[in-house]
Structure formats: C-alpha cells, structure tokens
Design a binder for this molecule. Sequence first.
Ligand code: CP
Length: 289
Amino acid sequence: HLLSIDSLDDAAIAQLLERGAAFAADPALGAGRLAGCTVFNCFYENSTRTAMSFAQAAARLGAQAITLSVEHSSVKKGETLADTARTLGAMGPDALVLRHRHDGAAAEVASLVDCPVVNAGDGTNEHPTQALLDALTLTQHFGSLDGRRVAIVGDIRHSRVARSNAKLLERLGVEVRLAGPDRLVPPGCMSFDSALDGADAVMMLRVQRERLDEELGDAPGEYLRLHGLTLERLARARPDSVVLHPGPMNRGVEIADEVADLPGRSLILRQVANGVAMRMAVLEHLVGR
Ligand code: CP
C-alpha cells in the first residue's frame, strides 16, 4: 500500500523519484508494464488532477482504470465505506486508488482488501503521491534538494498536501518553512515574510473553505493583500526561486495571476505533468511483477 510517506523507506523514495523521472522523460517506457491489470479509481471527494492522472498513468502502463462514480453508486443508498471496500475487493482489482474526506479512510480500506491501496488524499491527513510528484518537480529543477529552503504557505491546518510534503521534503534534506494566516496554521509556524526570505521555492496552498467550520469573513481582495503570493512578496525569495501550487488554484486569492503564470519560475503545469509520471511509478512499484 501507499498510505503515507511514512510507509516508504529511503530506498523506495529514491527508486520512485528515479522511475518517475524516467517516465517523465519518456512515457513510452511504461508501455505494457501492467498489461491486463485493472486499477479501481474511487474518489469520494472531487478531483481533477489526481483522478485523471491516475487514469492516464494506468493507460500508459497498459492497465485499465475503472472509475467508481460515487455519485451514482450504492454509496448514495447508504452503503458504508467498509462494505463498499469489501465489495470492490471481491471483484479482484490489481490496485485501488481512494480519495475520501475522512482521515484514515485509505488505511481502513487497505485492511479490508487483498490488493494494494493508494491514498489519493484522506481528509486532512496525507496525500503522498502529491508529495512525491512535488519532490520530483523540485528535483528536476534543482538536482539535489539537500539544504534547499522551501516555504509552504497558506491553509496548513487543513492541508494533507502540506503534511505529506513536510515529511518527504525533510527526509530529502530540505529546510521546510510553514507559514499562513494565524487561524489556518498550527502553533509554531513562521510569518509569511520570514518564510519567504531567501527561499528557493514557494508552495502556495488553497484555502480549504469546505473544511472550515465558519466563514473566514475576508472581504474580496483581502486574502491576497494580507496572505497571498504577489510579485512584490515573491521578491523576498531568491531571484531564481520557483513557485508551486498543488491545485486547484484560487487565482486572486492565495496567488496572483502574474505569479501563477510567471514564465520560467511557475512550475505549476510541470507539477501536473509529473503527476502522471509519478503515478506511473507508484502503480508499477505496487502492482508490477
Ligand atoms: N492536487 C490535487 O489533489 O488536485 P485535485 O484535487 O484536482 O486532484
């Protein structure tokens, strides 16, 4: 299973990054690697990047991705996650990819099925394949990440992306700096400006309003002015620093248009492309024989 960054030892991380880089350079390397296999894609929360890139990754490996349309499934008749997992497991998939709003949902499913389970995001807990594709993107750009400074900024409190990235990047020798609005960060985080000072990379995060118990109450434009990445703020980071965002972006909220689209320094679409390559590497690692 790939449930958490913690489930990968250093050798597995190195192998996944190497294989992800190879697939990014030449997607045809995957041809036929998982011929005849099926991957069940089960997304209980909305997704564009993760869901489509797992499907694309499966196709490039010769496997078939089969999507559970949760909205039209027996989940809507009240079937529990455990019973759905046992039901899908009985159909004999070679891997099951799960996104769910509850922390620990992927671990629960993994305990009930015989195939490998990939956590494609569980509540506010982890999103390990996002962290792997982000590490691949940074490694392609910088080479070794040892000693690099990466600021992860925004809604840290609700971010499974931040949690998985902090774990993985620290394992790779990165100085990880966490910052964001007071209400959206745990104690001990830095100020936005300090996190940006001399940073090699800035990873902005979406405000997850769907996970907030109450409205932030910010007026239009206020979040960008106080907490968003503008060109003026980015100037505190290194002049050759790069910008990442896991998506989906709230343009004009946590990131200004001109930063999101900054030529040569925004790696956001590179992250998306690497999502396919890294998920090819993950599926091959878990299912390949
Ligand atoms: N980064 C990410 O998980 O995006 P999606 O929600 O579109 O999959």
